[in-house]
Structure formats: C-alpha cells, structure tokens
Design a protein around this ligand. Structure first.
Ligand code: UDP
Length: 238
C-alpha cells in the first residue's frame, strides 16, 4: 500500500501506552522507548506534536462510577495527563530533543499555557510540543483533544499509537478470523462502532478531513516505519 507523506503529525499517546506492561502509572523504560520513537520520526524530517492521555493514572468516568462527582473526577483525569506530559518531556530532553509542554489548564509554574500561536512557533523552531490537560473541559477525552489540536495545528494526520497494528472488523484478540483494514472510512468506523477513538474525535477528524493512522507503538521503530510508508497500520479517512 502506498501512503501519502504526512509531514506534520499529531501523535496521540494513551496513558495505557505509557504504563508498559504494568497495571498502573508510568513505566520509565517504556516512556524512554516511546521518546526514542519520537526522536527517530523527527530526525526523519517530520514535525510532531503530542497529546498524552491519563488513563494509566486516573479516568473520570471510572471514578464517577464509584461515587466521585463527575466534573471533579474529570479535572483529576486532566491533571493526570499533565504528569504524563512531564514524563514524556523529561524522557525526550534526556535524549537531546527540545520540547515544550502546553497545558489546556494554565499552571504557569509547571508548564506553558496552551497558546496556539506560541505552539506554532515552537514547532517552526523544531521543538516537540506536548499538549497536556486534554481540552481543559470535563466530559471530553484526550482523543477529542487530539482531534482538536490536530485541527488547530494544521496537522496532516493524527497518529494513534496503540497496542494493535490497526483497525479490525472484529476484536482480533477474540475473533481469529478478524480482518485488518488497510484503509477504512470515517463513516464505516462510526456506523460499525469500530474501536478507533471515541465518536466525537472521529467525527471531528472526518469533518476537518484529518486522516487517523492507527498503528502499534509497542513495536520498536514502528512510528518511523509507518511514517515512511512501510510498517503495518490502518488509515481512517473520508
Ligand atoms: N479528561 C477530560 N477532558 C478532556 C480530556 C480528558 O475531562 O478534554 C479527563 C477524563 O476524565 C479522562 C481523563 O482525563 O478519563 C484521562 O484522559 P483519557 O481517558 O482520554 O486518557 P487515555 O485513555 O488516552 O489514557
């Protein structure tokens, strides 16, 4: 399959990716490896910005299910993403990659607030911008934040790093005959309820014509491979 070249991408890293094989929290080895993937992609000439999730630390919906008030729980979830963003920043700077963290919830002693024009300037200077605190609003997810930032930053594609190598017509862990799509439309993803990202994130990408590239980020070197047109992935597009 020949893929279009994506120069500027937004990479969505879920909290699950950052916890490695653990059940909770941040695994330093995994974060270091993911940082290496980002560095390799940058060295291959791509511009990257990153949205990090927080599900490895706190999820608002799950907390609300056991009695937390939903909006407070969501703010706790957003704060969790800031911790993850700092961990990714740290790992990138340890290998010599210049970064900035921008948070949708201002916390100026910790990182910059989200200012789109400033983020743009950082990217022009070759820095990796890590967007934290999701959209800054409860009742959203970091998938929606990723779609939003991808649109705001004029990204050519949203790369969703997961632990599977693309989008299947059924759960490949349960159904042996499940078939992986090379490409699939946004509308098919929504109508068949395929597990890619939440529906509002998929719809935002569809409406702004931003392809979603689903790939396995646990596979070493895969981000750069998929970016260069090799490597297994599914492209969700119009
Ligand atoms: N969250 C939120 N608004 C946002 C983004 C995130 O309220 O714009 C909260 C929400 O509670 C969510 C948590 O932050 O459960 C962590 O984000 P998410 O579940 O998207 O992380 P991931 O699944 O990617 O690890």
């Amino acid at each position: 399959m020949t893929r279009p070249r994506f120069n500027r991408i937004l990479l969505k890293l879920s909290g699950e990716v950052l916890m490695g094989s653990g059940q909770f929290g941040i695994d330093p080895e995994t974060v270091a490896r993911v940082a290496g993937e980002i560095k390799a992609a940058k060295e291959a000439g791509h511009e990257l910005c990153v949205v990090v999730g927080g599900g490895n630390i706190f999820r608002g919906l799950a907390a609300a299910a056991v009695g937390f008030e939903r909006t407070s729980a969501d703010y706790m979830g957003m704060l969790a993403t800031v911790m993850n963003a700092l961990a990714v920043q740290n790992a990138l700077e340890q290998i010599g990659v210049d970064t900035r963290v921008q948070s949708a919830i201002p916390m100026s002693t910790v990182c910059e607030p989200f200012i789109r024009r400033r983020a743009e300037r950082h990217m022009e200077k070759g820095r990796i911008v890590i967007f934290a605190a999701g959209t800054g609003n409860p009742y959203f997810t970091t998938d929606s934040a990723a779609a939003l930032r991808a649109a705001e930053m004029n990204c050519d594609a949203l790369f969703k790093g997961t632990s599977v190598d693309g989008v299947y017509d059924a759960d490949p862990k349960k159904v042996k005959t499940a078939k992986r799509y090379d490409t699939v439309t946004f509308n098919r993803v929504l109508s068949d309820d395929l597990k890619v990202m939440d529906a509002s994130a998929v719809a935002l990408c569809r409406d702004n014509n931003i392809p979603i590239v689903v790939f396995n980020i646990r596979d070493e070197g895969n981000l750069a491979r998929v970016l260069s047109g090799d490597g297994t992935a599914t492209i969700v597009q119009n």
